[in-house]
Ligand binder design. Structure first.
Ligand SMILES: Cc1ncc(COP(=O)(O)O)c(C=O)c1O
Length: 472
């Protein structure tokens, strides 16, 4: 098969896939992992199968993949599919430039510089810079590494004893802070969880108490991590007050804005992150609410020299980096060597939408979330489980006419949703309660799809209470 015929075949499949967003078929595969393994041939052949077989393999792959572009996919904090970004992803793969040097990645380097500078402008870091990373988890880790270098200058080079160094995070922080604590060398047990108010916001007064207590116990506080958009409840910590406490105590202040960062595009919702300009660093995922295909994530730092110090190992790579291009090569600000071009898709998408398009997207998603919240609040069998701040709508099925344990009931309800395959939403916990956590972060979601989702929850919940067996 020649190049053109092959690419045309792929294009046909992509168009069919994209258009399948309007079908009313399953979002997920109906097969268990065991049946999938039994049904599909995924073995590595001794003799190559040829290009025709690759097309068949792609057909099977598409058939059995979760349809993350469908409106009914409201499960993790990402979803949808936008054409400019898809085009950027495909062209980035085809051109296969690696982001370490301008020489090897000229246009992409300029694009990534532009994106990072623009994001810094939005955040309020006039002299800031950063890097594109493999995700918010990695961004949190780099933020904590910067904090370590700030607390113990030279520790990047000399190493350090992390057994007494402690970081403070909200009780509701993402689990990646534990990973980061491990990687930077302080260990999970040196992550101190600060109490939150009943809505899930870190309590500044508790932060100060925890810092004082840690010092009294002989620990060395060095970093505070606040969250703008927590994973489960979508809560925004009070950045301004937390920043003041962190800085009065000479601690690095990192903000995990992986999920909530996009609020900064909207004049209406930007206030959720008031005080962000006081942060020392933050991570911000474009592959979450902004709908870019995974991976597309940024780490921003107010004083770029701290990140540069972390990446001093790059200076020995004479086979890549030369003094003449020190000011432009991005590899001197990255922990990666070979690095994908994640900037192109974001740049294309941003050029198509403009700032105004991002702002409209945030505002529309918030309106949709508000509609879902309203449906929950107006139905006596549903119970909102957390004050809504962002597009997470945490609720559970809680009918009057049953004495079933509500956790058992909601676990079963979510199992049935997954078995039925018409909607995917996350099951999470708030305290001891099991909840459903749909989020709006998918451009294909509509008011109608949200209403169908609520109808499905009510129908399946009612089936359980009436003792009807599951269809699965
Ligand atoms: C608040 C928060 N921070 C960080 C992350 C990790 O982001 P990533 O999956 O891009 O590593 C997540 C993921 O959901 C998150 O919710």
């Amino acid at each position: 098969m020649d190049t053109e015929a092959f690419i045309n075949e792929i294009a046909d499949r992509l168009v069919a896939y994209i258009n399948s967003k309007d079908k009313t078929e399953r979002v997920n595969s109906s097969l268990s992992s065991r049946s999938l393994k039994r049904t599909l041939d995924v073995s590595m052949p001794i003799e190559g199968l040829g290009m025709e077989a690759a097309l068949d393999d792609l057909d099977s792959y598409i058939e059995h993949s979760v349809k993350t572009h469908r409106a009914e996919f409201m499960n993790p904090l990402w979803g949808g599919l936008s054409l400019p970004a898809l085009a950027g992803e495909m062209v980035a793969a085809a051109t296969n430039n690696s982001m370490y040097t301008f020489e090897l990645s000229p246009f992409a380097t300029i694009i990534e510089h532009t994106i990072l500078n623009r994001l810094c402008e939005i955040v309020g870091f006039p002299d800031g810079f950063g890097t594109m990373t493999t995700g918010g988890s990695n961004g949190n880790m780099i933020g904590m590494l910067c904090a370590r270098e700030h607390a113990i200058p030279g520790s990047t080079k000399t190493g350090f004893d992390g057994s007494k160094m402690v970081v403070f995070v909200s009780d509701e922080a993402h689990y990646s802070v534990l990973m980061a604590a491990n990687v930077i060398g302080i260990g999970h047990q040196n992550v101190i969880k600060v109490r939150c108010d009943e809505d899930g916001r870190m309590l500044p007064s508790s932060l100060q108490e925890e810092i004082d207590f840690a010092r009294k116990e002989g620990f060395v506080p060095f970093c505070v991590v606040a969250t703008s958009g927590t994973t489960v409840r979508g809560v925004f910590d009070p950045l301004s007050e937390i920043a003041d406490i962190a800085h009065e105590n000479n601690l690095w202040f990192h903000v995990d804005a992986a999920w909530g960062g996009a609020c900064m595009f909207s004049p209406m919702h930007r206030g959720l992150m008031d005080g962000i300009e006081k942060a020392d660093s933050l991570c911000w995922d474009a592959h979450k609410l902004m709908g870019l295909p995974l991976i597309c994530s940024t780490f921003l730092v107010k004083r770029p020299e701290v990140l540069r110090t972390l990446c001093r190992h790059a200076d020995v790579a004479h086979y890549l980096f030369h003094n003449e291009t020190e000011d432009v090569d991005l590899g001197r600000y990255s922990l990666q060597c070979g690095r994908r071009n994640d900037a192109l898709k974001l740049w294309l998408e941003w050029r198509v939408r403009g700032d105004a398009g991002w702002s409209a997207m945030v505002e529309q998603y918030m309106d949709y979330a508000s509609h879902l919240e309203h449906l929950v609040n107006s139905n006596p069998a549903l119970e909102l489980m957390s004050t809504r701040m962002w597009t997470n709508v945490c609720f559970r099925y809680s009918p009057q006419n049953t004495d079933m344990d509500l956790n058992v009931l909601n676990v079963e309800l979510r199992n049935r949703l997954i078995q039925e395959g018409m909607f995917m939403v996350s099951r999470s916990n708030i305290g001891d309660d099991v909840i459903l956590r749909p989020v709006i972060s998918n451009q294909n979601v509509t008011i109608q799809s949200i209403e169908r989702f609520v109808e499905s929850v009510l129908r399946l919940g009612d089936d359980i209470v009436r003792g009807l067996p599951s269809l699965g």
